[in-house]
Design a protein around this ligand. Structure first.
Ligand SMILES: [Cu+2]
Length: 762
């Protein structure tokens, strides 16, 4: 490096450091009430339209030299001498459930969680509302408000409680990370308030790696979520809101357990989610549960048959924070884990042959859910301040990119494999970054593999690829790689080829494998992010102590047919959604300036949605943009990118759509007639997507949104009201809007956009 460029680099570093200090100071001043949003306007930090002024020294996107080449917009994260591929990739932390037993209609925990109060159909908030003075129903830490965050009354009672009565239970806590948690042995330990993750048990400390829960069809789950983050909002090391609702992306659950019904809860409280394992279409297809493919493992080599359509089976999923307006901060801070659903066909057992089990690579030591050869990979990009603490810029509304690649929250790890077939479940859990992975031999050539599932849905026929497609935020790709042609000692490079725009708004072209392998001096997350090492033996994670050897036979198979196609038919109605950047944003009430739920003092809302060509709106939990009047009606939805040069990965909760059109572009094999829950909207011929969708079994308030968590928070998100609950249930009517406060939930009457309500035109 020449003298001049190193001097320039030092100046950039100083400038960037100053920018971060300034922002940190403003955040602190806002949080303690020293200044208000009005002050920021007055000082010209916001423009007249409410957008953050591009002020050098304040915004990371100011026309400053450092912004061009450092994705975080801040000084390069320090690595403390850590080299890539020097630590083992941690496997996700598998959680052990306890049996739940029925007691007077309630579900009582047993075993390790026997001292928990039972889970109930109605929230304990109902008891608090009836007896506000009774201490047993009050928040035990603050003494304010109810002990359970789930809103009171029948509207937020667990739907179909007896039918999907919880059989197993988990108790976990979201809170300060445990002492000595590091992303690499060289990195400093994270402060308790730098990272907030999930840990096992009541009021536990958060831990890493993130959790993995193994669900099975036919065995409903009770997930009790405690919030043990600090009571004081400003105790967050600069980012993260101490309130959460945990979204189980994209499971088929009642809205009260979707984690996105505007029912976040506060430090000291819990929220009981009932993850029903309901198989979609159970009220219409295979209602007598006679189809052996619609089933879950019974734990003893057999099947538990369930009603529903086997073509709707789900596998690879995840759960993450969905606190509206703060999702990016909270997910980035560590509020996320993965969940796999096991079924008759997708059993997680590669040896058991019963005519239903596909025997995909997994292992054989356990009845189901073997992980020895079935590996979760959570991709994230992080940034650190100069002391090595996790850093996030809360003033960013377009996208936040880290400069440190992580897999399962470990910096650039290695993973040992045997020369046989492996399944990888790859999740993009980044807040804004897209990925595109290729697996390369030492000589730099791509290794072919089979693509078997998209967003947790098996494809009809495995697809042979030499590179993954782009992977937007929230998308999951399941693949099988056969390492049997490799020799012990071979090393395989896991390479990210997806270039991002430095402003984080979206992707910026794909590099060739050779280009990516050369690395990108401006973006350290491009290039090799992980190494696979072929070894002669590995210890089992399913039954520790058992050794698997390279000479063992590989009984796994990848059948040519994995599932069947859901037919595309004429729809009952069509809808059009345009995701763009129009108007000034109407998340705030014009009279009070408040959001529902409450939003950051300084927040502005550039990212908007138009329904059926009408006016643009930004998110307000009390505004219904889409209303689905009846279960079972097939609709075709077209989602369009409004343009402007940014890309959006659009996510729909609760149901998967069958992709039937991709604008001017041909539909790639990985999407054609494939079920998905996140669709990338590009800027060229791929600007629009049409999918077929239908709703049923449950109802209530759900959402559709951009899964770039920054776009989502500011506030490209809209409420989807489903009147598709079972007859006689409250979920056949519009859900009153819960608005959570530390003292309890207040219900509001929502407005309904006429363009989103087919009852008004039918
Ligand atoms: Cu977006």
């Amino acid at each position: 490096m020449s003298y001049l460029s190193s001097k320039a680099s030092r100046i950039r570093q100083r400038e960037a450091q100053r920018a971060r200090d300034n922002r940190a100071e403003i955040v602190k001043a806002l949080s303690v009430g020293q200044i208000t949003r009005r002050d920021l306007y007055k000082w010209g930090i916001f423009t007249a339209t409410g957008l953050l002024a591009l002020k050098n020294g304040l915004s990371p996107f100011a026309p400053s030299a450092y912004a061009d080449d450092i994705p975080t917009g801040t000084p390069r994260s320090p690595l403390f001498g850590a080299q890539k591929f020097t630590q083992r990739m941690p496997r996700l932390a598998v959680q052990t459930p306890v049996p739940m037993v029925r007691q007077n209609g309630n579900a009582a925990f047993t075993g390790a969680f026997a001292n928990e109060r039972p889970a109930r159909r109605l929230s304990y908030h109902t008891n608090f509302t009836a007896n506000p003075a009774d201490p047993q129903f009050r928040n035990p830490i603050t003494g304010r408000g109810p002990i359970e965050g789930r809103p009171p009354g029948e509207v937020f009672a667990h739907q179909r409680w007896d039918e999907f009565f919880p059989e197993v239970g988990y108790v976990m806590t979201w809170g300060q990370v445990a002492p000595n948690t590091r992303f690499h042995p060289n990195f400093p330990a994270q402060d308790p308030n730098s990272v907030w993750t999930w840990g096992t048990g009541r009021f536990a400390r958060g831990t890493l790696p993130p959790f993995l829960i193994k669900g099975r069809y036919g065995q409903p789950i009770l997930f009790r979520a405690y919030n043990n983050t600090p009571v004081e909002r400003e105790d967050n090391n600069g980012f993260g809101r101490n309130e959460t609702q945990l979204h189980f992306h994209n499971a088929h659950n009642g809205a009260e357990s979707d984690g996105a019904a505007n029912a976040h809860h506060f430090p000291g409280t819990f929220y009981d989610y009932r993850w029903s394992t309901t198989l979609a279409r159970r009220d219409r297809i295979n209602t007598q549960a006679t189809d052996r493919r619609a089933s879950g493992p019974n734990g003893n080599g057999g099947l538990e048959l369930v009603a529903g359509d086997f073509r709707e089976l789900q596998g690879t999923m995840w759960a993450h924070d969905h606190r509206f307006f703060f999702t990016a901060e909270n997910v980035y801070k560590g509020n996320a884990g993965m969940i796999s659903y096991y079924s008759g066909p997708d059993r997680g057992n590669e040896a058991l042959a019963d005519g239903v089990n596909l025997r995909l690579p997994s292992g054989r030591l356990l009845d189901f859910g073997n992980l020895d050869f079935d590996v979760n990979m959570m991709l994230t990009d992080k940034a650190f301040d100069q002391a090595g603490q996790l850093f996030f810029d809360i003033f960013v509304t377009d996208g936040f990119l880290g400069d440190v690649p992580m897999v399962n929250f470990a910096y650039a790890p290695f993973f040992e494999v045997l020369p046989r077939k492996y399944r990888f479940r790859i999740l993009n859990s980044s807040v804004s970054r897209w990925w595109k992975l290729t697996f390369a031999r030492a000589n730099g050539t791509a290794i072919p593999f089979r693509f078997i599932a998209n967003d947790g849905n098996l494809v009809v026929n495995p697809i042979l690829l030499s590179s993954l497609p782009q992977q937007g935020n929230g998308e999951r790709y399941d693949i099988v790689i056969d390492f049997s042609g490799f020799a012990v000692g071979d090393r395989i490079k896991v390479v990210n080829r997806q270039k991002m725009r430095p402003d984080g708004r979206g992707p910026d072209g794909e590099l060739t494998l050779a280009e990516a392998l050369a690395g990108d001096p401006n973006d350290p997350v491009i290039g090799q992010i992980m190494e696979l090492r072929v070894v002669s033996q590995v210890e089992s994670v399913d039954v520790p102590g058992v050794i698997h050897r390279a000479t063992d036979p590989d009984p796994s198979v990848v059948p040519n047919v994995l599932t069947q196609q859901i037919p595309v038919v004429a729809p009952v109605r069509t809808r059009l959604f345009e995701f763009g950047r129009s108007g000034g944003g109407d998340s705030r009430d014009p009279r009070t300036g408040e959001c529902i739920p409450d939003c950051p003092e300084f927040a502005v809302f550039p990212w908007s949605i138009k329904v059926n060509g009408e006016d643009a709106h930004t998110f307000n939990a009390n505004r219904i943009s889409v209303l689905v009047p009846r279960p079972g009606e097939i609709e075709h939805w077209t989602i369009v990118n409004g343009g402007g040069g940014w890309d959006h990965p659009i996510h729909l909760h609760f149901e998967e759509g069958v992709t039937i059109n991709r604008g001017r572009d041909p539909i790639p094999a990985t999407e054609r007639l494939v079920r998905k829950d996140v669709w990338r909207l590009g800027t060229e011929g791929d600007r629009s997507v049409t999918f077929q969708i239908q709703f049923g079994e449950y109802g209530g308030s759900y959402v559709q949104h951009c899964h770039n968590n920054l776009h989502e928070d500011f506030a490209m998100l809209q409420r989807v009201q489903l009147l598709t609950g079972v007859p006689g249930s409250p979920q056949t009517a519009v859900t009153p809007t819960p608005n959570p406060t530390p003292d309890g939930v207040i219900f509001l009457t929502p407005e309904i956009l006429p363009e989103g309500d087919p009852r008004q035109t039918a």
